[in-house]
Design a protein around this ligand. Sequence first.
Ligand SMILES: Cc1ncc(COP(=O)(O)O)c(C=O)c1O
Length: 374
Amino acid sequence: MPEFVRSSTWEKVLNFIATSDEPAPYLLMDKDVVREKASVIGKGIRNCRVYYAVKANPHMEIAGLLDRPGMNYEIASEGELKILSALGIKPKRIISSNPVKSPAFIRYAVDYGVEYFAFDSVAEVDKLAAYAPGCNLYVRLTVPNEGSEWPLSKKFGIEPDTAIDLLLYARERGLNPVGITFHVGSQCTNVYNWSMALDKVSSVWNGAENMGIRLKILNIGGGYPIRYTKEVIDIQSIEEMIDTLIAQKFPEDIQVQLEPGRAVVGDAGVFVTSVIGKARRENVNWLYIDVGVFNGLMESIGGIKYQYMVGSRASTQKWTIAGPSCDSFDVIAHEVELPEPMIGDHLLILSAGAYTISYASEFNGFPVPKTILI
Ligand SMILES: Cc1ncc(COP(=O)(O)O)c(C=O)c1O
């Protein structure tokens, strides 16, 4: 049995492969892991409401599985809201933390009844004043993302002084500034990111209070890591630290919002792919499989290293693993030690439940793999 996958998941995966005639590639999602992760995340932080970041895996059945007491949803687009609307999720359980939203999405969300939005610019305040008058706003700060395998800090967020000015501007425009948000970067393995972020938020919180704005919501984004090829700090320890810092730095009646994506669904997923080709070029062994950068493994080019498994008992060699498309960008891993598989053998990719299918396209005519819940 491979490291970092639960024995119960592994058993279900092997059983599915042995008994099903479903052709690869497909993504198997262990429902029990999703349910269990959803039931523990956020429990270590007082006054914490959890919003599943739908982008991590927007499959309708996954979103439906998470429709349980205590779980809410964070969305960024009309497409994500349509999934929740089809499931009958009430607008009170939905927020949007995408700091830059299209006017069409804002209108659609407001019609649905969504009332909480993130922002980080004057233009966004103006847009929200026009399309979501009176809505509740939380401002996004930039925070350190060092040690996060999928950093998110450059595209969004502002510094404390600008944040206070923007909160004041939002109030002037008749909106309701209620809080502050940040994201430490996805797959964050550096706990100090949360502590530095909370220091920064605390200075804005107090600065806003001095300017007559009493905030109540602290949205701490996502970022909890999962195990791909190495051990990571556990969620309980991260939450213990966050909870202690919040108790030290913020008022007792603070409402905390948490938006986990990867940690809810990532380690529930196993990609079942097939080996479609092999080659040796310039002393490198190449293995080609039917899932690549474009149809499911986009994060492999941004630093996420997956664990790969084959059933072969041949001696191990180092492989460069590539996807099926004609594009030479479509290379997902280097120097992976694996026994040599045969063409047509399955190659399994572990902890693949987050940001895989949701990023996938049909580039070059290769289909987006099916998601199957087990
Ligand atoms: C605003 C926001 N919230 C939450 C998340 C989820 O983050 P993670 O999957 O790291 O938990 C993301 C990820 O991009 C995000 O942009």
